[in-house]
Design a binder for this molecule. Structure first.
Ligand code: PLP
Length: 417
């Protein structure tokens, strides 16, 4: 599939973009690295590495504490990072809580909102394609509160089954938790439509945006999310930093998640009052350099233009899906190439365990992941214990996809004898 005429091109050549990622210049097993494990974590451009390096070299201090110059500079950098992320997703800075990753963002909602709003007999609706991060916190809190976990099914080609989803909403779940982009199937879910239906049914909507942030323009108002979880390291940023967006009135009404320094207004022997948003949810010293790195990553993405990034990914995905379709005995999971199919390509190669596939690909310098991808209920639905997954980023090339296909041909040769 070619990008539509309207889709803008990337402002720099692929060669120039690749040159901004030092790690892409290295070799693995004597071959140039073909990094196709971006669903696990993306590589980092110089813009991010240098922003973090400059912080540690020139401005490092703790934030929100000192009145000395360095502390004020560090606080300004950290709060500017928040403003950058907030602007990127169309949110108010008070609605944006820095956390460690998407997992922590989802746990924050579970242990603050859900713990205080779920009662015996209530239910939480999740889908069959969720990552464990968007299952296990709901499972734990549902068990604690005597509530039920319900499952919205997917179609055989890996899309959300919308009629069944609407039917599940009629049973009145208190909360609906849904991935924006599946980390196994590449499906881009119709989250705005799902949120609209869920709101009509009176549910609070939590969107797991871990795989969406590196490729989609995000606007919280038009998505209609009540809560949205992001993780920096999959979006060209560092590990150790994520974001929870929450609608202000919900966050205002929620109790803190962690207790400690920075999140209080006043601590007395009998009574404690909480700091205003967003500090109420940011106990302890935050990941300062990482927040700065995350903001640098989003500025870098915005400079490329997310529409162009997405269009490039759709084009490379369509190429990769076509080439994978030529491999004998290969079963692909997820929707066919199209606008709701991102560059996450999971497959099974008949008669070969995904770990063997991945190990042989590694001999070709191709990094692809094998396993259940923290989505065991989905594996059960697909009827496989594990898959091999190649996941694309903006710096990947057709040549790297061709090397994946050559590696798979080698797997066939080795296993067919
Ligand atoms: C869809 C999805 N949700 C959540 C997560 C969890 O992200 P993190 O490990 O950064 O918290 C992942 C990570 O693979 C993911 O793919």
């Amino acid at each position: 599939m070619e990008p539509t005429a309207a889709a803008p091109a990337l402002p720099r050549s692929l060669e120039q973009i690749r040159a901004e990622f030092p790690i892409l210049g290295r070799e693995v097993r004597g071959r140039p690295l073909a990094y196709l494990d971006n669903g696990a974590t993306s590589q980092k451009p110089l813009a991010v590495i240098e922003a973090m390096d400059a912080f540690y070299r020139e401005r490092n201090a703790n934030v929100h504490r000192g009145v000395h110059t360095l502390s004020e500079e560090a606080t300004a950098d950290y709060e500017n990072a928040r403003a950058t992320v907030a602007a990127h997703i169309g949110a108010d800075r008070r609605e944006l809580i820095f956390v460690r990753n998407a997992t922590e963002a989802l746990n924050l909602v579970a242990y603050s909102w859900a713990r205080h709003n779920l009662s015996e007999g209530d239910s939480v609706l999740v889908t069959e394609m969720e990552h464990h991060s968007n299952i296990v916190p709901w499972h734990l809190i549902a068990r604690e509160r005597g509530a039920e976990l319900e499952w919205a099914p997917i179609t055989d080609d890996g899309r959300l089954e919308m009629e069944a989803f609407a039917a599940a909403l009629e049973r009145g779940p208190k909360l609906v938790a849904l991935a924006h982009v599946s980390n196994v199937l590449g499906t881009v879910n119709p989250v705005a439509e799902a949120a609209r239906l869920a709101h009509e049914a009176g549910a609070v909507v939590v969107i797991d945006g871990a795989q969406a942030a590196p490729k989609l323009e995000l606007d919280m108002a038009s998505l209609g999310a009540d809560f949205y979880a992001l993780t920096a390291h999959k979006a060209y940023g560092p590990t150790g930093c994520g974001v929870l967006f929450g609608r202000r009135e919900l966050l205002e009404a929620m109790p803190p998640f962690n207790g400690g320094g920075s999140m209080i207004r006043k601590v007395g022997r009998e009574e404690i009052t909480w700091a205003a948003l967003p500090a109420k949810f940011e106990a302890g010293t935050p990941a300062i350099a990482e927040a700065i790195g995350f903001a640098a990553a989003l500025r870098w993405l915005d400079e490329l233009g997310l529409e162009a990034v997405h269009a490039a990914e759709l084009e490379l995905s369509a190429y990769a899906l076509g080439r994978l379709g030529e491999v004998p005995g290969l079963r692909l999971f997820g929707p066919p190439a199209g606008p709701d199919r991102g560059g996450i390509l999971s497959f099974e190669l008949e008669g070969v365990h995904p770990h063997d596939v991945s190990e042989i690909l590694d001999r070709h310098g191709v990094a692809a992941r094998a396993g259940h991808h923290c989505a065991q209920p989905l594996m059960e639905r697909l009827g496989v214990p594990a898959t091999t997954r190649a996941s694309l980023a903006v710096y990947n090339t057709r040549e790297e996809v061709d090397r994946l296909i050559e590696g798979l041909a080698d797997v066939r040769t080795i296993f067919d004898g």
